[in-house]
Each structure stands twice: as C-alpha cells, then as structure tokens.
Design a protein around this ligand. Structure first.
Ligand code: HXC
Length: 273
C-alpha cells in the first residue's frame, strides 16, 4: 500500500526543492528516517539508505523510490554503523552511483526498555556503540564527500531524554547526550568549511515501529500521553520530516549547531511541572 503523501509531508514545499541533491541516511529503513528520506526524495533528492538488515533496507529503498518518477534510491543492507570501513564503502558507493553526497542523516540507533539494574555492561555498550561510535563513524565516512558539496548538511536524530534523565532509558539518554555534543563540535569544526551540523530531537512519536515496540500505543495510553504535551497531541513522522525539509532547505542554511526539538513543548514538562 503506497504511503499517502499527507502522512509524511505538508503540502507547502516546492516540488524541486532538493533537485540534484543526494542524501545518505543511516537507519534509513526505520520509520522516522525512512519518512525523512521519503520527503526529501519526493522533493527532488536522490538517496542512499543504510541498514543492518539486507531485506528490510532494500525493500525500503524500493518503496521510497516510488514517490517520484525518476528517483534513484539505493539500499545498502548488511552495513553496521559500528564498523567504519563498512560505512566508508557505503559512502563511496553512494557517491559513485548518485554523483556525490550533500546531506547526511545519522539516524541509526539502538533502543530497548531496561532498568539500570537489569542492564548488563554489554547492553549499555551496545547502545553507546550504535548511537555514539556509529554517529562518529558516519561523520568520518561521509565528511570527505560533504566537503566537496556546495551546500552540505549533517543532521542527527537525537531525543529529549537526557535533558532530565529518564527511567528505563539510561543507556539511550547517555548516548543521545553524546550525539548532541558531537553535533556541536562538528558545527564548530566544519561550519567554516561549509558543512552545517544540527540535531532534530523528536518527542514521543505515535506512528513508529519503535514506539509500537517500546511504549503502549493503545488508544487510552495515547490519550493519556497526549494530555502531558502542551500542544495536546503526540508527534507524527510528518512533524519530523517537515522539520528535516526546513533544515536542509536554503531557508535553514544559517542554522548551525542547533538542537531542533520537535515535541510540542513536552520536554519543558519532563521535570514534572
Ligand atoms: C536488556 C538487552 C535487550 C533488552 C538486548 N540486550 N536487548 N538487555 N533488555 N531488551 C542486551 C543483550 O542481552 C546483550 O547483552 C547486549 O544488549 C547486546 O545485544 P545483542 O543482541 O548481542 O547486540 P546487537 O545485535 O548489537 O543489538 C543491539 C540492540 C539493537 C541495541 C539490541 O539490535 C537494537 O536496539 N535494535 C532495535 C533498534 C531500534 O528499535 N531502534 C529504534 C530506536 S527509536 P549481554 O550482556 O547479554 O551480552 C528510539 C525512539 C523510541 O529510540 C522512543 C520510545 C521510548
């Protein structure tokens, strides 16, 4: 079933906004990143999505390519962001097949609900390695290509857990704090060389595989969650995709070193106010 455009993009953007641009996305088969990619491709970009699962990544690439006639979307499965060589090969393949690399979305992330007590050192390390080392590796592998682009952008998909700390998410909160920090250093080091670096921090998003796996998504629970959000609703993947389009568009070219929180203001209440 094709995904209706209204589910991932507001009808306000110019059709050819990203014509001639190439986006490289880690975790690109996951719900949020695949919808971000879908929006960029719909608006003219070509894309290369990376994932560990071969079948899932290739299927997602094929599906995303249907949003625009002539769109080129490569799916590179079997690629683990913890292995820098594997990412370097993927970035090279992307540049060779699509003619370069202008935008990066570092979206690959590990997550499971577990208490500190129940978490082994290896479980903590697994998430730190995927989120933090994986983000560093993504920067390392793609930067040589970004530096050749006339308008280069990196974006990281983070979270809001680490602003206050979060029970059962101690590993993820620690990892996302590091991702935000890496973002800021890249903004300062590479801003002068033409590469902007920003974070999008989604709040609770109702329509993702991750949410379905990690939190209760029955109607009563969602209604309860919504009440704690100042805008009165949970986020959608479209909220994140629209924010991505803004940051990657020329309208976002002077935004660098910024965390764009897309959560309806919920993080301001995380402390319980
Ligand atoms: C406790 C767990 C666990 C769990 C794995 N481990 N799952 N511990 N509870 N549910 C432990 C394992 O026992 C092991 O420790 C260690 O973690 C490594 O696990 P492996 O399976 O060997 O590692 P690996 O194959 O590298 O997988 C790592 C993974 C990853 C982190 C589990 O596969 C993963 O998270 N996949 C899900 C990705 C995902 O959903 N991403 C969406 C993120 S969205 P021991 O000690 O036994 O060796 C998101 C927003 C959601 O984050 C917001 C809603 C809250």
């Amino acid at each position: 079933m094709p995904v209706p455009e209204a589910q991932y993009l507001s009808p306000i953007w110019r059709d050819d906004l990203f014509k001639g641009r190439v986006v490289f996305v880690t975790g690109g088969a996951g719900t949020i990143c695949s919808m971000q990619t879908r929006a960029l491709v719909r608006l003219g970009a070509d894309a290369c999505i990376i994932g560990r699962n071969v079948e899932k990544t290739e299927a997602a690439a094929k599906d995303i390519a249907t949003v625009r006639p002539g769109a080129k979307v490569i799916g590179i499965g079997g690629c683990d962001v913890r292995k820098v060589e594997s990412l370097k090969e993927a970035a090279e393949q992307c540049a060779k097949e699509l003619g370069g690399l202008d935008f990066v979305i570092a979206g690959a992330a590990g997550n499971f609900i577990v208490s500190m007590e129940g978490m082994s050192s290896n479980a903590f390390k697994a998430v730190m390695d995927i989120d933090v080392l994986g983000t560093f590796n993504t920067i390392k592998a793609t930067m040589p290509f970004l530096l050749k682009s006339s308008d280069a952008r990196i974006m990281y998909v983070s979270a809001t857990f680490h602003y206050t700390g979060m029970p059962m998410q101690g590993h993820v909160a620690a990892a996302k704090a590091s991702v935000d920090s890496l973002m800021a250093s890249v903004a300062l080091e590479y801003g002068p060389r033409g590469v902007t670096s920003n974070v999008i921090a989604p709040g609770a998003i109702a329509d993702t595989e991750g949410a379905a796996r990690l939190i209760s998504t029955d109607e009563a629970s969602l209604k309860h969650h919504s009440k704690s959000i100042p805008t009165g609703r949970l986020g959608t993947v479209k909220d994140i995709a629209d924010a991505t389009v803004y940051l990657f568009s020329s309208a976002g070219s002077h935004v660098n070193g910024h965390v764009l929180v897309v959560d309806g203001g919920a993080w301001r209440r995380q402390g319980g106010v």
